[in-house]
Design a protein around this ligand. Sequence first.
Ligand SMILES: [Zn+2]
Length: 171
Amino acid sequence: MTHPLIAFEYCPRCGSHNFMINSERSRHCSDCGFTYYSNASASTAAIITNSKGEILLTTRAFEPAKGKLDLPGGFVDMNETAEDALIRELKEELNIDVCNPQYLFSLPNEYNFSGITIHTLDMFFKIEVDDDIKIKTDDDVASAQFYDLKLVNIEEIGLNSIKKAIKILKH
Ligand SMILES: [Zn+2]
């Protein structure tokens, strides 16, 4: 995997090759003066539980970690709150309408996408749903099912931040 600052050799503003690593998270173009900062993308994940305290896990339809267990959620769009992003993603992925997600904690994550290391900051929210909720998976989710948290095998989970979050919830 390649850090984005190593991979991005040309200035995205003027195309110059005089685009040098400037700090741990920036490159500076000596031709046009532009400084590019490489920041983590904001992302969300939902800890959805039913009345039995079971947790909803999804199976990933695409890479990275295709076929592995995951939590529903996704990236925050520009000019969107994390709460609104999560509500939108749950509609897209599970076709459910939720309100009032409760913020729990955040974890940094990185994964490989097209050979580039993608850095994210994943924000986890708790949502309680009715036991008879109708879920219809779509988008990047292959399937979804409620699990007894004690029986979830951490090694079946694809992404490191999600593994860490499930470990936190198990304790
Ligand atoms: Zn430039």
